[in-house]
Design a protein around this ligand. Sequence first.
Ligand code: BGC
Length: 725
Amino acid sequence: MSNFRRGVLLKPISALNLLAALAAPMITAVRAQETPPYRNPRLGVEQRVDDLLARMTLEEKVDMVSGGGWMESKPNARLGIPAIKMADGPVGVRNWYGPSAITMKANSPLPVITSTAFPAGVALGATWDPELLREVGKAIGDEARALGRDMMLGPGVNIVRAPLAGRNFEMYGEDPYLSSRLVVPYIQGMQSEGIIATVKHFAANNQEYERQTIDAKIDERALREIYLPAFRAAVQEAGVWAVMSAYNKVNGHWCAENSWLLTDVLKKEWGFKGLVVSDWKGTHSTAETANAGLDLEMPGAESIRRYDEARVPQSPGDVGSRGAMQTPEKLLPLVRAGEVKEAAIDDKVRRLLRVMFANGLFDHSKPGGGEVDTPAQRALARKAAGEGIVLLKNAGGVLPLLPGKIRSIAVAGPNAAVARTGGGGSSSVKTKSAISPLDAVRERAGSAIQVSYAESLPEAAELAAKADVALVFAGDSAEVEREGRDRESMDLPAGQDELIAAVTKANPHTIVVLNVGAPVAMPWVEQAPAVVNAWFPGEEGGHAIADVLFGDVNPSGKLPVTFPRKLEDSASWGHYPGKDGVVEYAEGIYVGYRHFDKKNIEPLFCFGHGLSYTRFEYSDLQVSPREVTLKVRNIGPRDGAEVVQLYVRQVAPSADQPVKELKAFRRVELRRGEAFPISFALDQGALAYYDTAKKAWVAEPGTYEVLVGASSRDIRVRGSFELAK
Ligand code: BGC
């Protein structure tokens, strides 16, 4: 055919063929009319965006920048623009038909959606295993695809600043480097499934108390070094397609209309090409928000009206957010009046279309299928939960439980017979099934070990006194640790400390297993020989706990947050939760272990802490300005994994600097007796701090000490290098 068009007839053709050939240019012209370039999947994304944008009226463009439903953007029937279908995020696919307060109700009138519940963010943070995070992100992406969603509202990377903050369980902990290394593979895994990931909440949503009104006052250095790096990594390293603005204000401006955050830093400085979506009802103005760089307001105005009626205030001062500020009725007159430039609208629509074209929303070209709740997904949930479990204490080697030696186990506690899969709020996932620790312990114990159970005080102590070992399952629930509300204290819920003390007194071989997503006080810690933190471990948490208790999995989780002895020791003490609507981040960069190091305070359990059933020896450290090498050997009785942590300390800084900072880590699995050479590349950029006067990252020449160990306070080998000018 093409030969004919060029006028070169190479072969004799039949009359019929000739007719067809003559008709071809005409048909092509008609098709070209029928199939505009933006519909052609063979063309580049930008070309398709340009073409479609040029076909849209101003009214159509404005119509796109506010939501359609509770979890859908607005479609455009004339041009065939589909809605972006969203779902929370970030531990599995949550019901998208409405807010969690309704979808999680036992008698919810909304359709039921189930998916696999993976461990909470903090549990994933405790794995220190980037490749595992990639698998989890990919598995959730796979389920989202199977359920027909395009965009997941997660992961969350707000830094754990205050121990009581209600959503600490959703995040990866207190350290920006650890959070960055984990969020990148999670996003890459999810987006490799053709699902748009949304990193949230940008920025400084570090407490739930007054989250919808609070103004977080943070100096630029703390923002740059502590609160923003994980977002930056998500944008620049993972290529995340969506960023969700936070509810709160940062330095006087609502995050949804904070042009410094959204335009100057995110879009201009970091080169973000995707879309900024508001948190649900987190907008407060029309022109300011549109001009500051928000691209999509969610949810749609109609669903706000519907669900506001069902809304229950979550904490004192919770006045609810606004939303419905970017509706065509409000925005269009401002564009016509020139208060919002059409170019600003074009930029938003361009971003929305770019994300949609790049992720196959127009072409239905997502890889087919996708599956929910498969044996492989459940196995991954179990593996992830097991890797995240932290063995905090194990005096006298009371763990693991050895079936040959133990004949009876007494189980107690409010968290024994229920599966505490996750914390409360928008991350809550409804699962088809979830196993409780009690059922999993019974299953693993089999008939050789007698398992007795009493939930609480005095029956539990009586059973404990008669058993070889006692297990107390304590901790929080999704009611205690939840979105929308901070905890009131670091204490376990009423009665639990007393229960643990009584059982510990009755049986010296008592193991306390906690489900907490944030630090808790442990007044009984000296008496309890073993303490295990299982966090909120997802639907396979019961199995994972039994795996660790019986030694089928050798624990390797490490704390991604410091556990203080008391609240008064924590970094934000005295400047949390704020006063008169303002919370001053007066501790600056001294968050988490940086604070405990600087003030020389002994925590209950330090950042990076976590024990194993085996032992590791560190040796042969060699340090140069570019590379650190060492050897780690498993010298204990079992195969196991170690998270080797590298901290750097500037010896004589001219500026105010933390005592040490995490700059690299590696999780290595070592068989008994096995040694492994580890090498860390030292990126000199990683030594830089943010100089606010120069408005630049600066690495000072001088001596730097390299500290490598099993936790932030269990440093095994050290060396130093000179950074030349
Ligand atoms: C939460 C977000 C969530 C959104 C949609 C908000 O209240 O802060 O994290 O993605 O609701 O459910």
